[in-house]
Ligand binder design. Structure first.
Ligand code: ZN
Length: 242
């Protein structure tokens, strides 16, 4: 960036300005706002005086803070997705098309996801697929366990939840995070038991944990294990971005 110094700028006369100001406008770019006319050389001197500040601001404008990963959102999806929960390996194929709209074609028999389009659009399609896949593959396990244990499950769903693996409402509805797809099968089983146990104990009291350990021996150690699951190598870096 320093080779682009000094950046293009304009001088804007403003009656309301009390003194000379340097500002960076989102559309107009670098501006020197001044109450009285100044020469080009004077303007250039001002730009040089504020160099550190101007460079920092221009840099921030190019990479807004919301995009902490500079590759996001223009980076492309991975070539391969492993879902430990289901021990599935999916291949991702990019098919360039002339239409601007991103598309995702799912071949469940071949475990192939073929997509067209770029960046964020593809990610939102994939995210929707992860949720649909959770509903298709993991929710039946939840209902099967509920039947086997006589749990009063009233409804279920899946979402893209960053903060919780699952949740249980007072009405008896359980929602699962599609991120469960990246846990180990035994851990998914644990989360299902944990949420189902809330249908009997709506809190995290000692009674809840005793009851959970009784229905699933080893539950407590599984609970400790998944707290930092997102730091594992099997948890792909791109997953933190979507
Ligand atoms: Zn809980």
């Amino acid at each position: 960036m320093p080779e682009n110094w000094p950046p293009p700028f304009q001088v804007r006369l403003s009656q309301r300005a009390k003194r000379i100001l340097v500002s960076i406008h989102p559309k107009r770019g670098l501006e020197i706002v001044t109450p009285k006319r100044i020469s080009t050389q004077q303007a250039l001197n001002i730009v040089h005086q504020h160099r550190a500040w101007i460079e920092k601001k221009l840099q921030a404008q190019r990479h807004p803070a919301t995009h902490t990963d500079p590759a996001w959102p223009t980076h492309q999806p991975p070539l391969h997705i492993h879902l430990p929960a289901l021990n599935e390996h999916w291949q991702l194929l990019h098919r360039p098309t002339t239409t601007a709209r991103a598309q995702l074609h799912i071949d469940s028999a071949q475990h192939q996801l073929t997509f067209s389009g770029e960046g964020e659009q593809v990610w939102s399609l994939l995210q929707r697929w992860f949720i649909a896949h959770t509903k298709l593959q993991i929710l039946p396990m939840l209902h099967q366990l509920a039947r086997a244990h006589g749990d009063p499950l009233q409804g279920s769903g899946a979402r893209w939840n960053h903060t919780r693996w699952g949740s249980c409402s007072r009405a008896g509805r359980i929602n699962l995070s599609a991120r469960l797809l990246w846990l180990e099968p035994a851990e998914v089983n644990y989360v299902l038991h944990h949420e189902l146990n809330h249908l009997h104990h709506f809190d995290h009291s000692p009674v809840f944990w005793q009851s959970l350990e009784a229905r699933l021996p080893g539950a407590l150690s599984l609970d400790r294990g998944i707290r930092h699951a997102h730091k594992r190598a099997s948890f792909p870096a791109w997953l933190k971005l979507v």
